[in-house]
Design a protein around this ligand. Structure first.
Ligand SMILES: CC(C)(COP(=O)(O)OP(=O)(O)OC[C@H]1O[C@@H](n2cnc3c(N)ncnc32)[C@H](O)[C@@H]1OP(=O)(O)O)[C@@H](O)C(=O)NCCC(=O)NCCS
Length: 140
């Protein structure tokens, strides 16, 4: 298993994983979100590649409307049958390595809050806009 940068040809495999976990609407959303967009200041995505098969993904991003010293984690998901094998940890570690001392935030799903807590994220009431979820967590 290796973590490597996302390339465009990974997109359908990523959409399939996202669709399996969160449903078709989110599969369509990630495809849309990976098109070039003026909304982003920057975006970097990574995939977990197991013998040429994508089994997980994780991105970091900042929208132009975000404060300059903030960077967010997004599209973080590991395919169901490969969860709890340390792949999420490897993906997040690689993503965090690329955040270069900025304040790292995530709009955490309820299911993943305890995962993020394990890696030092705590709930925050900072009024970050736009709201992209119910639970904003910031890495301490
Ligand atoms: C969150 C997610 C990416 C973690 O990936 P993973 O490969 O399963 O994570 P790891 O195997 O590295 O887990 C490391 C530790 O985190 C904790 N952990 C992982 N998933 C967890 C969960 N669902 N609930 C509680 N703790 C969890 C465990 O302590 C685990 O260690 P353990 O298996 O030795 O107990 C994965 O569970 C997932 O895809 N969830 C659904 C999508 C999602 O909610 N993504 C977050 C969007 S904000």
């Amino acid at each position: 298993m290796s973590v490597r940068p996302f390339v465009v040809s990974d997109l359908l495999a990523c959409a399939e994983i996202v669709g399996d976990i969160w449903g078709k609407q989110f599969a369509a959303e990630i495809i849309e979100d990976c098109q070039p967009s003026d909304d982003y200041d920057f975006v970097e995505r990574f995939v977990a590649d197991r013998h040429g098969i994508v089994v997980g993904l994780c991105g970091i991003y900042r929208l132009k409307v975000h404060p300059e010293n903030y960077v967010g984690v997004d599209w973080f998901v590991v395919s169901q049958r490969h969860q709890r094998k340390g792949i999420g940890t490897q993906l997040l570690t690689e993503a965090l390595r690329r955040t270069f001392g900025r304040i790292v935030f995530v709009w955490a799903t309820e299911q993943a809050e305890s995962f993020y807590a394990k890696y030092g994220f705590v709930r925050s009431d900072y009024p970050l806009q736009p709201r992209e979820g119910d639970a904003l967590m910031i890495k301490k």
